[in-house]
Design a protein around this ligand. Sequence first.
Ligand code: ATP
Ligand code: MG
Length: 462
Amino acid sequence: MIKGFTRFLKSPGEHLRSLLGPEAAPSGPAAPRVIPRSEHPVSRQHFSEPALKVLYRLHNSGYDAYLVGGCIRDALLGLMPKDFDVATNATPEQVRELFRNSRTIGRRFRIVHVRFGREVIEVTTFRGKPNDDHANHIAQQADNGMLLRDNVWGSIEQDALRRDFTINALYYSIADYSIHDFANGVADIHERTLRLIGDPATRYREDPVRMLRAVRFAAKLDFQLAAETEAPLHELAPLLLQIPPARLFDECLKLFMNGHGLATFRLLRHYGLFAMLFPAADEAMAELPWAEAVIEKALASTDQRIQQERPVTPAFLFAALLWGPVYLQRQQQEHDGLSPVPAQQTAAQNVIHRQLKHVSIPKRFSMPMRDIWDLQLRLPQRRGKRVFQTREHPRFRAAYDFLLIRETAGELAPGLGSWWTAFQEADEHGQQRLMAKADADPNAPRKRRSRRRKPRRANPEQ
Ligand code: ATP
Ligand code: MG
């Protein structure tokens, strides 16, 4: 994988890292270690046609062009890169002129997206230090140290030190196919260590999402966090409360839908980060013995499906993450006099309302999530037409999988899940037999007798 590479590892005394603190390098950023093509294993075969096209067009137009970040890191680790980030000294406007199929996105971080069919190549202009006095730039930093805008153009050396982790600051040059290592990332790849560039607390304050990225890469790559990178996490976790919920939603997809969701979840909890994203779920796990298992099993099944290249939906995962809170709220509503269906609807509304303040959930996912929850109340009803209506519901399959998870997590005694398994496999006669059996089941819900409703308390929780 990265054999023949070790001679590029620095001796400890030679480490650049000590130069990379915020107060460091008065003489400017250090020169990179350049690894020629003959001495590293990354070839153009690791990269997609569109990525190469973008690199060559920039290069042939006289600009510097490099692949950077995850794609080089992953290629060095023997993984197939999943997307490609290009760094260049061309400004976004100059990049746009070269590619008709492009558009500029982002405010905090202006990026050009060049589209080739379904593939998008992200092109960023080298960024400089936000505090430098620079013409033609927009950089803003809040009082708490958070970067609000980061669009100061700079040199490749400066760009490298603005990146988050040493292993993400590796640049592959299309001019001579060499790799430029600015922060000793190759050594960290070799040691399987995730290390922030610069002073960790400062870098987390600049952008608290880096805390989530640390955990995500550690889980995905099976790397250890360097001690100094790990140390501030607990204390700084609450900074995530300042991040816009829409950005955290995007980040959550990357955290949980990357094939290593379960490992990521455990690390997030370990560092106190999970409670900042899903506070109600965190509370429910403390109260309900099965709530954690529901989430873990949903994540394990998502990981497995991704591995098998089967489709996954965030709706299912969010349904699992928030099921504990919905359960607690429903109990509360029923206690206050609502019957099960309206109790669950009110509970769902309250839980979503609170969650949206932390991590947003777009309607296209929250609607199916609610369907999965609602169907949990319908699955126990196994009489008459209802059974077939439930079976034909577009979200039946997800709701059935969800039911199985609730059973294996210990929320429900087993039984209903296998009934539905059998029902799906049975022919018409078999289905009739199963329905008759359900009829005789003393645990099956009876038709609800009308009962006097207790008056509802004004202003239920939230
Ligand atoms: P992957 O695409 O596999 O999730 P990646 O490292 O490519 O991993 P991206 O989000 O695609 O991650 O970002 C591309 C590169 O941009 C990173 O490798 C890193 O160098 C830089 N980067 C991204 N987000 C940040 C951030 N919040 N702070 C500093 N640098 C960042
Ligand atoms: Mg990437």
